[in-house]
Design a protein around this ligand. Structure first.
Ligand code: CU
Length: 368
């Protein structure tokens, strides 16, 4: 009897296909876990979409298996056989009962899903019940600014919120009146706290978030907005209400003015006057308690050191990184201010200027 090499080769190929599929599937599914997973809700506004995703996914899976199963069944059962005599299979022209069934069943499924979907959308955007904290979100290229109208606090990249409190976000994107980085749409998405909502120039959009536990919740700008879109992170620090009150207390305290004759005092002077180059103060704000705080083109620096990360929350905020940022901002985050006027310019600072400016920035901490 002659040996047939085919079955062995086929099973080898099949094993390879299965291995490849498993690897690919686990890679794809691993994206569903971790810090930014809508499948791990941490508050009511994320729980609602989660509770919709699961049953809808199950219904979709059943429909998928049914339809694909029927296709595969038909392909196998009605394939051309070796002893085929070439005659056509029995031809069918229409089956009214079947057509009504496959129109009505999906229509009913969609109608049933539509009710909690529409309800959920309104819950994500509508005015929530109870004591609400309002935070205004302004999308810039390429960082998020947060303003707390109840407390007159401006901050960037990291948003502090109290736990178990609905937080209503009133969002818009920077316009020409404030900065040259106008005109693009961003999108705010922190998967563990809520659904996704666009941030549009010239319009206000709303999104409610709430965290049940103190933790750090991460998100990303979810609408392509140019060069450093991928460097535009969202960080939400949820804390116990008492800790949040302490945070508010710190943020509403004016920045300290460094003592005369110190290196930090030299830095403060440079911050306001850079000898012909564009001064930091033309784009940033360090609020020393004089007038009201006002939004600027760049992030508010009043309490810079109370934050852990900077530049779109992509870099750890420490002396070394801060110095590297002032020396050559583009090396830490591509912005190309010199080409398009967006982001932070390279100000050609000397070593002495860098020393003084960094010393000054390090004093901007309400807890120091
Ligand atoms: Cu963006």
């Amino acid at each position: 009897m002659r040996e047939n090499p085919r079955p062995q080769r086929t099973s080898l190929r099949r094993a390879r296909t299965i291995t490849a599929s498993v690897v690919l599937a686990s890679l794809a599914l691993s994206a569903c876990a971790g810090d930014q997973s809508a499948l791990d809700p941490a508050g009511p506004f994320a729980q609602a979409p989660h509770d919709l995703i699961i049953p809808v996914a199950i219904i979709a899976a059943v429909v998928f298996v049914l339809v694909q199963g029927l296709i595969i069944f038909s392909v196998v059962k009605f394939r051309t056989r070796r002893d085929d005599d070439g005659s056509l299979p029995v031809q069918t022209h229409g089956n009214t009962r079947l057509e009504i069934v496959w129109t009505v069943v999906p229509a009913v499924i969609l109608a049933v899903i539509a009710v909690p979907t529409v309800q959920g959308i309104f819950e994500q955007m509508g005015e929530p019940d109870g004591d609400v904290l309002t935070v205004e979100v302004i999308g810039h290229r390429w960082w998020f600014e947060y303003y707390y109208p109840d407390y007159d606090i401006y901050t960037a990249n990291e948003m502090a919120i109290p736990t178990d409190t609905p937080v209503r976000l009133e969002m818009t994107a920077a316009d020409l009146a404030r900065s040259p980085d106008q005109g693009v749409i961003h999108s705010f998405w922190v998967p563990r706290l809520a659904g996704k909502q666009d941030v549009v120039p010239g319009q206000t959009t709303y999104l409610n978030i709430e965290a049940s536990e103190p933790d750090r919740y991460l998100g990303m700008c979810a609408e392509y907005c140019g060069l450093s879109h991928a460097n535009m992170r969202i960080r939400i620090e949820a804390m116990e209400p008492a800790d949040f009150d302490a945070w508010v207390e710190g943020q509403t305290t004016p920045a300290d003015v460094p003592d005369d004759g110190t290196l930090a005092a030299d830095g403060r002077a440079l911050y306001h006057d850079l000898d012909g180059r564009q001064a930091c103060a033309t784009c940033h704000q360090v609020w020393e308690g004089e007038a009201d705080r006002a939004p600027q083109q760049g992030p508010d620096l009043t309490h810079l050191m109370s934050r852990e990360e900077f530049a779109g929350a992509i870099h750890e905020l420490d002396e070394e990184t801060l110095r590297a940022w002032l020396e050559d901002p583009n090396s830490l985050k591509p912005m190309q201010y010199e080409v398009n006027g967006i982001g932070m310019p390279d100000l050609d600072l000397t070593d002495e200027e860098l020393d003084a400016l960094v010393a000054y920035l390090l004093t901007l901490d309400p807890d120091a």
